[in-house]
Every structure is written in C-alpha cells, then in structure tokens.
Design a protein around this ligand. Structure first.
Ligand SMILES: *Cc1c(COP(=O)(O)O)cnc(C)c1O
Length: 345
C-alpha cells in the first residue's frame, strides 16, 4: 500500500548528482547530510553516497552526528558544523566525531577533553559562524580541516564570492596539511578555483539548483506525491475550503488530495501553488489545510486513487519553491515525519 502522501527518493539520481558535482568543481565531494539529509533521510542517502565513494560527511548538530555514527559504523569521517561546548565535546569524542571549532570557547572545550581530530571555520565575510580572520588560531595538533562558507553563492555575479574565495585562500595557507574546504553547492559552480581540496554541497545533491532555479546538470531526486481522495463538482458561486479561500466563478471540478501542512505542504503554496496531475500543471485552489489540498482539475479524467505530484521530475523543486514564496531547502526540510520516505534505485 502506498501511503496517501509519499516522498520518493531516487538514489540513482543522488549518485549522479554526487559525481556531477565532483566533475564540475574539480574536487572530491564531502556531502552535507544535515537536517536528516535535507529531509530525504540522512542514513539512506549517506549509505548510497559512501557506496559512490564519499568518505567524509558534514552534519550541523552533535545529535545528528551521533545518530549517523550509530547507523553507519566507524568508517566515515563526520564533521559537526555547530562545533562543541562542554558536554558535547566528550560526546563527540566518544563517537569519533569531529567538531568544526568556530571560536576560542569551542576550542577551549575541545582542548579541555584532550583535543583530537577537528576542523576550524574561518569567517570570510558572512558573519555567521567562525573565527574572524584576524583572530584565526595558530596551527595546532589535530587540526585536519580548515573551512569557510559563502554568503552569496546562489548569485554568480555577486563580487563578494571572489573576495571571500581570495580571503580564504590566503588564510588557509597558514594551515599546511589541513584539508581546505570552501564551496557549498553554489560554490561548486563558480569555477574550479573555488573547489580547493574538498567541496561541501548539500542542496544540489538532493536535486535543487545552485541558483534557486532548475539546473540541467542537476537531476531531480525527491518526488512528493499525494493521492486523490475525492473528486467533486463545485457549482458556480460555491466556495472551496476554509474561509471561502476560493470561490468558483464558473462550475469547477475539484480533486481533494492527501497532502496538507501537517505533511509539510506549506500554507504559502496557496494561492500560487500548482501540482502536476494527468499531464499538466493544475492550480491549488483555496487554502492548504492540515491534511488536504484542493486542485482545480478542469475536464481532466482524474479519479480517486490517482496521484498528483507536488514536486519531482515534472514539477521541479525550485519552481514549486518559488510558487510557494520560499526556497528548495525549506520545501525539502519541511516535509514532516508523517510522510514515508520511499527509496528507489
Ligand atoms: C548547509 C551548509 C552547506 C551546504 O550548503 P548547500 O547550499 O546546501 O550546498 C555547506 N557548508 C555549510 C557550512 C553549511 O552550513
């Protein structure tokens, strides 16, 4: 039985994106699998990426790292972007996880439990996490990775990209022997001089374009489908859904589909959202409710039990995100635990 709302994950497409990103950036890919692999399932994605050759993974939280270590075993190197403080330092060390140290207090916490393999993040202008360049630490034992993060990589014309890249190249030179990692997904497309020793893509592995729109070199990976629960005729003048969010000016045929905000279909999908159904994009009408959406199916022969696609190969993720007033990252990470992840490939 296929669940009413299902997220299908094409692991072959994930693998293709992994290899494409290595070719485009000219550097080994160290996948970012934080936030449960951008909602697709970190364990399943990481296992496939390791089969494809990935040896180093990035997560954001210590808890994500601990869960992955338990599921994946001893092999992959796992960096925790949050770094560590008092309690997490010993938990990370016990699980052979590597913190990315962002400031002196984190380094003190790591040193206090004896240190060991870790990374540092240098802030080259984003002002989010990491040491300011003038405060960057001296090289120290255990330092395996030096990294920084681009603020505007989704906009290749933004001059800040190259400023950050050049600043990173200069500061990373102080740490001979450490792996230098700079580029996220967008950075992979900015030129091979952004690749350094390893790239850290997330969204492009999972099928989002590097610039917030579909990119021909990135394959769709995730498909969100919903089952049609009911098809009805709505006479002119009647309304659909909560608060009369849609009023039919002419007679309409409406399919009620099993996906709502409790599945991660953001309320902002209305009023501009569309789904792919029976060979065409069709508008979501009225409000997104907790469990269902309503689709105007015109005269299409859509029946109860058919499935509609909210995003996937025919309704591309970035287009769905734009219609919902958000970005691919948020669409994927909003899919809730109620939606089973089904792996193919
Ligand atoms: C999330 C994250 C990435 C991955 O970014 P994408 O834009 O998804 O490729 C890389 N590096 C850091 C520090 C991050 O926080």
């Amino acid at each position: 039985m296929t669940a009413p709302a299902t997220l299908t994950v094409d692991l072959n497409a994930l693998a293709r994106n992994f290899h494409a990103l290595a070719a485009i950036s000219g550097a080994p890919v160290h996948p970012v699998v934080k936030a449960d692999g951008y909602g697709l399932g970190a364990v399943a994605c990481a296992m496939r990426l390791m089969t494809e050759g990935a040896r180093t993974l990035f997560v954001a939280r210590a808890t994500e790292g601990l869960a992955l270590r338990a599921a994946l075993g001893a092999e992959p190197v796992i960096y925790v972007l949050d770094g560590c403080h008092g309690e997490t330092a010993s938990a990370l060390k016990a699980a052979n996880l590597r913190p990315v140290l962002n400031h002196p207090v984190q380094k003190q916490a790591w040193d206090a439990i004896g240190g060991g393999a870790c990374g540092i993040q240098i802030d080259t202008g984003m002002n989010r996490l990491g040491y300011r360049i003038e405060d960057a630490p001296e090289p120290f034992a255990g330092l395996e990775l030096v990294m920084s993060h681009l603020a505007c990589s989704d906009d290749p014309a933004e001059p800040m990209n190259r400023r950050q890249r050049d600043a990173f190249a200069a500061v990373a030179g102080r740490y001979p022997g450490a792996t230098r990692s700079f580029a996220n997904s967008g950075g992979c497309f900015l030129g091979q001089d952004f690749g350094f020793d390893a790239v850290r893509p997330g969204i492009c592995l999972y099928g989002g374009g590097p610039e917030g729109r579909p990119n021909a070199r990135i394959a769709p990976v995730a498909t969100l489908t919903a089952e049609v629960l009911q098809v009805r005729n709505v006479p002119a003048g009647e309304s659909v859904g909560y608060s009369r969010g849609f009023v039919a000016d002419t007679p309409r045929r409406i399919a009620t589909c099993a996906a709502g905000y409790a599945d991660g279909v953001l309320r902002s999908y209305s009023p501009r959202g569309e789904v792919w159904a029976h060979g065409a994009l069709r508008p979501i009408v009225g409000r997104v409710s907790m469990d269902v959406i309503a689709i105007d199916i015109a005269d299409a022969e859509i029946r109860v039990g058919d499935r509609v696609e909210l995003f996937g190969a025919r309704r591309l993720l970035d287009d769905a995100a734009r219609a919902a007033g958000t970005i691919s990252y948020e669409l994927l990470t909003s899919i809730t635990a109620r939606v089973p992840r089904v792996y193919v490939g």
